[in-house]
Design a protein around this ligand. Structure first.
Ligand code: ADP
Length: 361
């Protein structure tokens, strides 16, 4: 099957006076597993439904394989969509649920038999054809919904929070299955989720949406390491943010005054904004906790602090450490028998300078 691209060109969509999609521009590559990530209400489902043909844009273009399909009805688009609720027919067997789309399209009976059989096998449900949806687990129902969609051999697969009805263990297992299936089919896939872990573990690339605006597009690690703004920084993982004023820009460093902390010198990067007022950002695991007075590493910035709280998360302990007027998250890798830092105790924080990014405020 030919792999196709999906392109959104300056797409706008309003419900009444409320603009829900604001100039959405996306280029999804043929065969890509692409995640749309954003908080509830950011416009993810609206965009997915627009691609499926259930919503109409007020302006802009939607191209699939280079062809504008904006004017096509959903059934003309050959785009498959899996809904969060699965939307299986309860009175039909698994087999009939999967065959439904082919029967509707008046496909020959022998072809239906072989294609339904192949789709069920692909999702590991070849022995469940005679069951009804209520005789299946949540994960199995999910697979039926997938089989029912892929059996029509869509050019593009749309998944709207397909795993959110499953419990945590199953969700983690199913997201790998989903990715494996997508790779086997090679079908261009858009996956909507509000769960950053889900997006990061599966997507080739992802777009972060907020209030109908695409904030950033890129590979998961690129968005995690180099978020373009504080929204992406906070939404993709946990980020510490310290507001500061630029005191001096040198050749490869910038000196900042941080309110309630003091003066810090951090590396200047090509993408550092020119503004006078900046946000210092760094991840919790790029800080190290020491007893007060510990010798700082050559490449690190040292800050004195007080432990406010700690949470044992298994792999790491997450501390909240007060530094001047700010509270920072610090992750310390856990080792059996390793020393913990007591709440209320004074500590020294070492921050790896190379891990600091400066964002616009
Ligand atoms: P998400 O999928 O990111 O949770 P949605 O695309 O469902 O967000 O919704 C985006 C915004 O559009 C929300 O503010 C929502 O209330 C609004 N919205 C969604 N559907 C409709 C509708 N049919 N009529 C009016 N407003 C809607």
């Amino acid at each position: 099957m030919k792999k196709v691209s999906v392109q959104c060109r300056n797409i706008r969509l309003s419900y009444g006076a409320t603009e829900v999609l604001k100039d959405v521009d996306l280029d999804i590559q043929p065969g890509e597993f692409f995640a749309l990530l954003g908080p509830s209400g950011s416009g993810k489902s609206t965009l997915l439904r627009l691609i499926a043909g259930f919503n109409r844009a007020s302006s802009g273009q939607l191209l699939v394989d280079g062809v504008d399909i904006s004017g096509q009805a959903p059934w003309q688009r050959n785009i498959g969509m899996v809904f969060q609720s699965y939307a299986l027919w309860p009175h039909m067997t698994v087999w009939d649920n999967v065959a439904f789309g082919l029967v509707e399209r008046k496909v020959a009976r022998a072809t239906i038999k072989s294609r339904v059989g192949a789709a069920l096998e692909l999702v590991g449900l070849q022995d469940y054809g005679a069951r009804r949806p209520n005789q299946l687990s949540g994960g199995q129902q999910q697979r039926v919904a997938l089989a029912r969609t892929i059996v029509i051999e869509p050019k593009v697969l749309l998944l709207d929070e397909p795993l959110s009805n499953l419990d945590k263990t199953l969700r983690v297992q199913m997201r790998q299955e989903l990715l494996a299936l997508q790779r086997r089919l090679g079908i261009t896939t858009l996956f909507v989720t509000h769960d950053q872990e889900e997006a990061m573990t599966t997507a080739d690339r992802m777009a972060v949406l907020d209030q109908g605006v695409v904030q950033q597009v890129g590979a998961p690690a690129a968005l995690y390491d180099d978020p373009v703004n504080t929204f992406v920084a906070n939404f993709v993982g946990t980020m510490n943010l310290l507001p500061g004023r630029v005191r001096e820009r040198g050749g490869d460093t910038v000196t900042l005054d941080i309110e309630g902390v003091g003066r810090l010198v951090v590396p200047l990067r090509p993408e550092t904004p020119q503004a006078e007022s900046l946000m210092l950002s760094f991840r919790p695991h790029t800080l190290r906790l020491d007893r007060p007075g510990a010798a700082p590493g050559a490449q690190s910035i040292t800050l004195p602090g007080t432990v406010e709280a700690s949470e044992f998360l298994g792999e790491v302990t997450r501390y909240r450490v007060r530094v001047g007027a700010h509270s920072l998250a610090v992750d310390e890798q856990h080792r059996a028998g390793g020393a913990a830092f007591a709440v209320g105790g004074a500590v020294s924080l070492a921050l790896e300078a190379s891990q600091v990014r400066l964002l616009a405020r």
